[in-house]
Design a protein around this ligand. Structure first.
Ligand SMILES: *Cc1c(COP(=O)(O)O)cnc(C)c1O
Length: 392
């Protein structure tokens, strides 16, 4: 019995990844960018829970120059999957990781002087000249060398024959809100470094600053490349940033009705008796719970069944949640319910789930558990077919 065979019966609860929508989002983003600006698709954390390798394969076809990742494992996973595009490791590397990075052509961000010598030595031992990106902190105080101390680090990189300065970058702390004051201050600090470089005759191929928010709202910050994450997956980084029409969420979460209960007035549902029926009710049990990443709610939220909203009743359990289907008499065992995504004309958005979780959309996308198997759909739609759609 092979767990990975196509015949293995799938659990009646899953995340659905619409690779056709992913492709379309990438096309819309690419079409919105000036041709000369490169697209770095950010696929860290399994492409925000969408499956990094499948996402990367589509993104390569849709003109992504390279990929942004967080961990060495993530990058190796793509290399093992035959992705040969540049892979930029955001964040900081431990010394022991550098050899792997050099051996597998993973591009390292340099944040401070410490690793420069070590990286240069390893590259020289491999007989390679490797590209590096210097990360400059311009006010976010996370990774990166301070903007007013960046030039010496850049010169240190240039002094190493086995390193080539491919990029200088910074990251915005607030790019997707209406007030861009701080983002523009960060950009001004970044530009101070660039003019100091220019005065010293230092040339760099790729300046890059923008995440999704910056890509949408700070066109003057696009420079040579943008690093787009969440928008690729069809979710806008905030409610106030610019919209691109046609962008659609790639991920849905679905389950099939696994039991139906008829309640008489006064009868209760679930642990802790958090819901009591005030009249005769019909309740559907969906085999998905907080153990799958659904927020731990009580009498809040809903599922879409036959295109209608079925309110969640009682407290959610590890493996089950209950919804009221009294007003959906046609609902039957094993009918499909949508917990996040579209059904008919209605939609439960990633943001709706984030509200239930008291968190952000990024957290919702990345925190569905893997026991909800990912099911890719529309993977066969070819680039050309959607391309024709996009031009209509
Ligand atoms: C995660 C990340 C991005 C992508 O951010 P989104 O808001 O998802 O577009 C870009 N740059 C860096 C350095 C990041 O860590």
């Amino acid at each position: 019995m092979n767990l990975h065979s196509e015949n293995f019966p799938q659990r009646p609860a899953w995340t659905e990844i619409d690779l056709g929508k992913l492709r379309r989002n990438l096309q819309l983003i690419r079409a919105d960018l000036p041709r000369a600006v490169k697209l770095l698709a950010v696929v860290k954390d399994e492409a925000y829970g969408h499956g990094a390798l499948d996402v990367a394969r589509v993104a390569v076809e849709e003109g992504a120059w390279g990929f942004g990742l967080s961990t060495l494992e993530e990058a190796m996973h793509l290399r093992d999957g035959s992705i040969i595009a540049p892979l930029l490791l955001l964040g900081e590397r431990q010394h022991a990781e550098l050899e792997w990075c050099v051996a597998h052509d993973l591009t390292v961000c340099v944040n401070e002087p410490h690793n420069v010598r070590a990286l240069a030595k390893i590259a020289a031992d491999f007989g390679k000249q490797i590209p590096v990106h210097v990360k400059i902190h311009t006010g976010m105080s996370r990774y990166g060398v301070r903007w007013d101390e960046a030039l010496p680090l850049i010169e240190k990189v240039l002094a190493e024959k086995s390193l080539s300065l491919e990029g200088v970058m910074t990251h915005f702390s607030q790019s997707d809100e209406t007030d861009k004051t701080f983002a523009n201050l960060q950009l001004a600090r970044f530009d101070e470094v660039l003019s100091a470089m220019k005065q010293n005759g230092i040339f760099v191929k790729l300046q890059h600053t923008c995440n999704s928010g910056g890509f949408l709202d700070l066109p003057h910050a696009h420079r040579d490349m943008v690093r787009v994450g969440i928008l690729t997956y069809g979710v806008f980084p905030s409610q106030v940033c610019r919209r691109i029409s046609g962008i659609e969420p790639v991920m849905s979460v679905k389950a099939k009705i696994a039991a139906i209960q008829k309640l008489k007035p006064g009868e209760v549902v679930g642990y802790g008796m958090r819901y009591a029926a005030t009249s005769e009710r019909r309740i559907a049990i969906l085999p998905i719970g907080y153990g799958d990443g659904f927020p731990r709610v009580r009498n809040e939220g809903c599922a879409l069944i036959h295109g209608q909203r079925a309110p969640l009743v009682g407290g959610i359990a590890m493996d089950a949640l209950m919804v009221d289907i009294t007003d959906i008499p046609q609902a039957q065992m094993w009918d499909e319910a949508v917990l996040m995504g579209k059904q008919g004309t209605d939609e439960i958005t990633v943001r709706d789930i984030a509200k239930l979780k008291n968190s952000v959309t990024y957290d919702v996308l990345t925190n569905w558990r893997l026991r909800l198997r990912r099911k890719n759909v529309n993977s066969k739609i070819t680039a050309q077919k959607i391309g024709t759609l996009a031009t209509k």
